[in-house]
Ligand binder design. Structure first.
Ligand code: 3HC
Length: 293
């Protein structure tokens, strides 16, 4: 049995808030950390609306929701993480930002704590060497929406201790997740396969070969996927998708399949970030309802 009883999550955006929910739903005490009160409040609201939706759908009782919230605390600043057994970092995909956070976590967390990154495309090894404990650093890559998607990619580097891998694999089982353990390469398994496809879908749309609805319908109705690629880009976040593609392009030998299609960068610059900003390839009135404009 793993000795992971209290977990910290750094960064409470879409993924971080979802990861907090995963732990709290499965009986684990969790501390969500952000850099400002406003960001903390956004994370708290994301958790609140997700659990309220589950209550409204009859999937969670009010008592269980309240117990879930009792297991969660929120604080500003990394020093609050001094007593956790595991930290999962889920900040934006920028290497220097993640390295700075890991250097700080190394100072404030107890020496036995495992430090995990939710990075989807950056090098876990490069992040780990910002600490004095690279043997206790690992990748834990969740999928969006984290409370729903079963997969966690566990990324071991050449120096990750076997006992750390064992603990994280046991933890994933405890969380009801399906894990795959792999080595450190750009995009791991799922994103390495997914993002060339998403980029290609944007290129078909950008060249006006097909409408967004037809592209998405083709993949839903013809290939049985739960959502089409442009709707999925909106769910992932256009900015996140851009960062992942750009990193995979640069780290993965400049494979042109991963060279971000220009429209993606233009959308990021214009603030069309997908569901989280209310508009991406589609327009959203509220988080899960696309509106054709
Ligand atoms: N947060 C929490 N729960 C959510 C949610 C969200 N953002 N969106 C939907 N859900 C829940 C719903 O509440 C519902 O829960 P229930 O079954 O307990 O009632 C369940 O998901 C199904 O939702 P809906 O019935 O509203 O809608 P769908 O059946 O269309 O499912 C979906 C929505 C789960 C998002 C489904 O369309 C899907 O699986 N889409 C593909 C998602 C995907 O591919 N994710 C991976 C992206 S890549 C990635 O994350 C990697 C990263 O590095 C970028």
């Amino acid at each position: 049995m793993t000795g992971i009883n209290k977990v910290g999550v750094v960064g409470l955006g879409t993924m971080g808030a979802g990861i907090v929910e995963v732990f709290a739903r499965n009986g684990v005490e969790v501390l969500g950390v952000e850099i400002t009160e406003a960001a903390l409040e956004r994370g708290r609201q994301t958790l609140r609306s997700s659990t309220d939706r589950a209550v409204a759908k009859g999937k969670l009782s009010e008592a269980d929701r309240d117990a879930l919230h009792d297991r969660v605390s929120f604080k500003v600043g990394l020093p609050a993480l001094d007593d956790v057994d595991l930290v999962i970092e889920a900040v934006p995909e920028r290497l220097e930002l993640k390295r700075a956070i890991f250097a700080e976590l190394d100072k404030v967390c107890k020496p036995t704590a495992i430090l995990a990154t939710n990075t989807s495309s950056l090098s876990v090894t490069e992040i780990s060497v910002a600490t004095h404990r690279p043997n206790r650093v690992i990748g834990m890559h969740f999928f969006n929406p984290a409370p729903i998607m079963k997969l966690v990619e566990i990324v071991r580097t050449v120096v990750t201790e076997q006992s750390v891998v064992d603990d994280i694999e046991a933890l994933c089982t405890r969380l009801g997740k399906v894990d795959v353990t792999i080595s450190d390469r750009a995009g791991f398994i799922a994103n390495a396969l997914l993002f060339g496809y998403l980029n290609h879908a944007v290129s078909l749309y950008e060249s006006k070969y097909a409408s967004r609805e037809d592209i998405d319908a083709a993949m839903r109705q013809g290939c049985g996927l739960p959502m089409g690629p442009l709707a999925l880009m909106d769910l992932i976040g256009i900015d996140t998708a851009y960062e992942i593609l750009d990193t995979m392009y640069k780290r993965g030998g400049r494979d042109r399949r991963h060279a971000p299609v220009p429209l993606i960068k233009q959308m990021v610059t214009a603030g069309l970030l997908g569901r989280k900003s209310g508009r991406g390839f589609y327009t959203y009135e509220k988080p899960s309802s696309p509106v054709v404009v």
